[in-house]
Design a protein around this ligand. Sequence first.
Ligand SMILES: Cc1cc2nc3c(=O)[nH]c(=O)nc-3n(C[C@H](O)[C@H](O)[C@H](O)COP(=O)(O)O)c2cc1C
Length: 277
Amino acid sequence: MNRYSDELKARFDVELGDGEAPDDPWLRQVLTRRTQRRYDSRPVPEALVRLLLAAAFSASSKSDYQQASVIWVQNRGRRDRIAALFPDMPWIGTAPVFLVFLGDARRLDRIGELRGHREDNGTMEGFFNATVDAALALQTCILAAETVGLGTCPISVLRNKIAEVADILALPDKVFPVAGLCLGYPSQAGFISMRLPFQATVHIDTYSDSQLAEAVDGYDRRRDARHSIKDRQRDPQRFGVAEFYGWSEDKARQAAAVEGAGFAAWLAAHGFTFDEP
Ligand SMILES: Cc1cc2nc3c(=O)[nH]c(=O)nc-3n(C[C@H](O)[C@H](O)[C@H](O)COP(=O)(O)O)c2cc1C
């Protein structure tokens, strides 16, 4: 029996298929989760933030190296300086709580020094492991927050002004933001953002994207029927006005614009060689 029909329809517009699957309310909540960018004025108690951080740092960690760190930005001046860098994302300044999840490749270097086994963790391996740890902590925090009725919005746009953000947060070498996280009680219901079908994302035994075009076309149409973005075409001067403007046209246009310029150079100037270990 399929007990997740409504949730799967909302997220993918598909059925789970036959077979047993345990009925779990938390899974239903994950399937219908959504990013929230508007929050009401109700404060988030500090103890609750600490609880969410405890959940975040309970995420699994590559080799138990524990290379995630978080800055909880409490100082209004620092918060305003960050928010002022990104005026088209006002939720950075207005969310009741703002955290920044950091990849922290520095701590392992320092531990090596403390124990007298110096090593350089600015390799590709060090960067990658720290990034993954921070991302896992971020998503665990998101799910924990949503479990207790909070809304969240990750903020990777911080990396677009990395030098300014690093200065405001006094980041040392080998410590970099993976994303900020806005937290607060949502003031709106929000909406469920549909995801690509398994046909595009789940591969059995070997990788194959031979059905990508059909999968994406179908997804574009289903998503458009639910929530059309035809009146919000990106950069029509450069790309023209599309007769059918779906998710894939929007993402192809978005990806064609430069984003994150300067991040690689900033990392290279701040301790990362990206060498083989
Ligand atoms: C790593 C990461 C960075 C993100 N950065 C931003 C951001 O800078 N600004 C923003 O408004 N949303 C940001 N988002 C939210 C995504 O836009 C959102 O997750 C996506 O549109 C899917 O929507 P959903 O989470 O409601 O399913 C980010 C999400 C992730 C995972």
